[in-house]
Design a protein around this ligand. Structure first.
Ligand SMILES: *[C@@H]1O[C@H](CO)[C@@H](O)[C@H](O)[C@H]1NC(C)=O
Ligand SMILES: *[C@@H]1O[C@H](CO)[C@@H](O)[C@H](O)[C@H]1NC(C)=O
Ligand SMILES: *[C@@H]1O[C@H](CO)[C@@H](O)[C@H](O)[C@H]1NC(C)=O
Length: 346
């Protein structure tokens, strides 16, 4: 009796484990190869995630029963999100992918996935899976975007965002919560920030290039300081957001002829009168990092903060480094600043 129960348990756990047991023979009948581990594009661009299959000729029954399935792995790899499933002529796209993805199918062994109009949230790892009878083969490709990582805390001040607030905060700034690879790349590029922020896997980290007392200690090595996975509801930190190229025009506006400055409300109105919107923080970072935008005038942004982007460091602007300078969240009634506007194209 006891033996029977343990066998039942064993088979249950086998069925639950992943990858599922596959057809066993001397050689694999089917293999799947992504010729590149990652593909890099930009927001609004196209991308082809490569995936080729290789199968025994005698084993291929015309491919009529073969199923190609693309899924996206969640940031912590705990889940798979359906993207596309194809069986012969039948194709189904899921979630927000409908109309934006298709199979390349340049020949019968091409299972590559073509993306159009890539979005910020498309970044991640995608699994190409081919199932043919008893055979099942997979490979994984990363989709990455060129862009910029920036730290964000709201008017409330430092360490006020739980994970869900952090997601909303980035979204409001035309960005998404950054992933580990994006923060790591930014750190390699010299990004140093001594406040901890959420990443999209639910961990909290911060990048240090110049070790110092309050940022993990004097005698530590440069790197990403990692607080580990935090409670997404109860823990409160800042956030690292990621954004990429935009389709639009980012520009500074002051009060035309007489050069007077704006209150926040006047600033927002001035952009609207100009056929635009008051710009978001992510748009300023994208303009600065990706377009080399440089302007030594402090201006309002949509979240009520005042900043200015400097690409060419100089006296009285940002003498030591190219940076987006942060003035703060002034009283919205203060008539002290210009404004940055954003006009979306399309
Ligand atoms: C993406 O592909 C579509 C259709 O193939 C094409 O019309 C469009 O110009 C491409 N976009 C970019 C940014 O290359
Ligand atoms: C780090 O260095 C600074 C300046 O050298 C010193 O004042 C501080 O006490 C040091 N902190 C630690 C934790 O060693
Ligand atoms: C400057 O512009 C503002 C807003 O249009 C206006 O209210 C103000 O009277 C102008 N000041 C002068 C000196 O023209």
């Amino acid at each position: 009796m006891i033996t029977l129960i343990s066998i039942a348990l064993l088979s249950l756990s086998l069925a639950d484990s992943w990858p599922s047991p596959v057809y066993v023979s001397d050689e694999p009948h089917l293999t799947v190869v992504a010729s590149q581990p990652k593909v890099i594009t930009f927001r609004g661009g196209n991308a082809t995630l490569p995936c080729r299959l290789d199968r025994d000729i005698e084993d291929a029954f015309g491919g009529s029963t073969m199923r190609i399935k693309w899924t996206k792995l969640s940031p912590d790899f705990s889940k798979e999100i359906d993207v596309l499933v194809s069986m012969g002529f039948h194709k189904k796209m899921y979630n927000g992918y409908n109309g934006r993805v298709h199979l390349q199918e340049s020949d019968e062994n091409d299972a590559s996935l073509v993306f159009t109009e890539v979005r910020l949230e498309d970044v991640g790892k995608y699994k190409c899976e081919v199932i043919d009878g008893m055979d099942d083969a997979t490979d994984v490709v990363s989709l990455e975007l060129t862009g910029v990582v920036f730290p964000y805390s709201p008017r409330l001040g430092r360490y006020n965002l739980n994970y869900h607030d952090a997601e909303a905060a980035c979204l409001e700034q035309d960005s998404v919560v950054a992933n580990f690879d994006q923060l790591y790349e930014a750190w390699k590029g010299g990004f140093d920030w001594c406040n901890a922020g959420w990443l999209n896997d639910g961990s909290v980290q911060y990048p240090i290039t110049t070790p110092r007392g309050p940022c993990g200690g004097n005698n530590t090595v440069p790197g990403l300081r990692n607080y580990g996975l935090r409670d997404k509801t109860k823990s409160r930190y800042d956030v690292f957001c990621f954004t990429s190229n935009f389709k639009g025009r980012f520009y500074y506006l002051n009060n035309g002829f007489n050069m007077t400055k704006f209150t926040y409300d006047e600033a927002a109105q001035a952009c609207e009168n100009d056929g635009s919107q008051i710009a978001k923080v992510g748009q300023m970072f994208a303009a600065w990092k990706l377009l080399g935008f440089d302007r030594c005038d402090a201006g309002w942004l949509a979240d009520g903060s005042v900043r200015y982007p400097i690409s060419n460091p100089r006296r009285r602007c940002s003498p030591t480094e190219a940076a987006v300078r942060f003035i703060g969240f002034p009283d919205k009634k203060h008539k002290l600043f210009g404004v940055y506007c954003f006009q979306a194209f399309d």
